[in-house]
Design a protein around this ligand. Structure first.
Ligand code: MG
Length: 285
């Protein structure tokens, strides 16, 4: 099942999406679980969602304004250089034997069809298409074999980065400019995507393919990443983990390929869908 968060009739909600239509589950759960994160945490998705959504796909997808699948995750963890060919295109990057992780703030998130903002401070706005994991069951010190049971579902992430800040200032700065993290359009539940290790991932900038790879090429796979992170910090329901980008990013090209106002960037992952964002310049009032 694909589950989206959105605004409908002026209220926040969430529901199943299929064939361009929406079954609004949030309206039934609003008093108990106002957000998808709370519905996952309360077990409502597992217990009541399937039955509710057999009935009423009575909304058009165009009637709702899509939000990030999890609007306020307690943490967003990202994995860096998790595809060997991408690590190789970062000139001078050390060869890592351990996962390289960093964090993003929730206010970097941008929904499907929302605007990625190029800051006034830099022209070096780059794309990074990634598979995102959404945690559905809390856990600590998870074993690799148990890790996938803690996944609610998968989504798509564009870990858009300000490269001169990333490389000349700090990783945290380059990855945390406001409204730079495309996320969505929905999560697909893990039961419909039992094997996340062979998905095609493709990024297109203004319709031109700029990244094309398979999640099979990850250095650390989904189970490994979850086990690793859970040993550092407790995983909570609704946590988001972006699993790293493959080769083809803009800064490694000659000449570099930066995103600019008016551009459309899409990340497509087979079995999940297409995350589409539009690039705008930051405006200072
Ligand atoms: Mg990344």
């Amino acid at each position: 099942v694909k589950i989206a968060s959105y605004i409908v009739d002026g209220r926040r909600s969430y529901g199943a999406v299929a064939d361009g239509r929406v079954c609004d589950f949030g309206v039934a759960e609003v008093s108990r679980c106002p957000t998808l994160r709370e519905a996952l945490n309360a077990g409502a998705i597992r217990e009541r969602f399937p039955e509710a959504c057999e009935l009423n796909f009575d909304r058009h997808l165009t009637d709702v304004q899509i939000l990030p699948p999890i609007t306020e995750p307690s943490k967003i963890i990202c994995v860096g250089t998790n595809y060997a060919a991408h690590a190789a295109e970062i000139v001078g990057a050390p060869v890592r034997t351990q996962p390289s992780i960093f964090v993003r703030l929730a206010n970097t998130l941008v929904p499907h069809e929302g605007s990625i903002v190029r800051p006034v401070l830099s022209d070096e706005l780059d794309f990074e298409g990634e598979l995102a994991i959404i945690i559905g069951k809390s856990g600590r010190h998870l074993k690799r074999d148990d890790a996938l049971a803690h996944v609610a579902g998968y989504s798509i992430f564009n870990d858009a980065s300000i490269r001169n800040y990333q490389f000349e200032h700090s990783l945290a700065a380059g990855k945390n400019f406001v409204s730079t993290g495309g996320f969505g359009p929905w999560l697909i539940t893990a039961d419909e995507l039992p094997d996340p290790s062979s998905l095609t991932i493709e990024t297109r900038l203004n319709g031109i393919v700029v990244q094309h790879a398979s999640t099979a090429d990850m250095v650390r796979d989904v189970a490994d990443i979850i086990a690793y992170v859970s040993a550092i910090t407790p995983l909570e329901v609704g946590d988001v983990i972006a699993t790293g980008t493959p080769e083809g990013v803009g800064f490694a090209r000659k000449p570099p390929l930066w995103m600019k106002a008016g551009d459309t960037v899409e990340v497509e992952i087979g079995g999940i869908g297409i995350l589409r964002n539009h690039v705008v310049d930051e405006r200072i009032a």
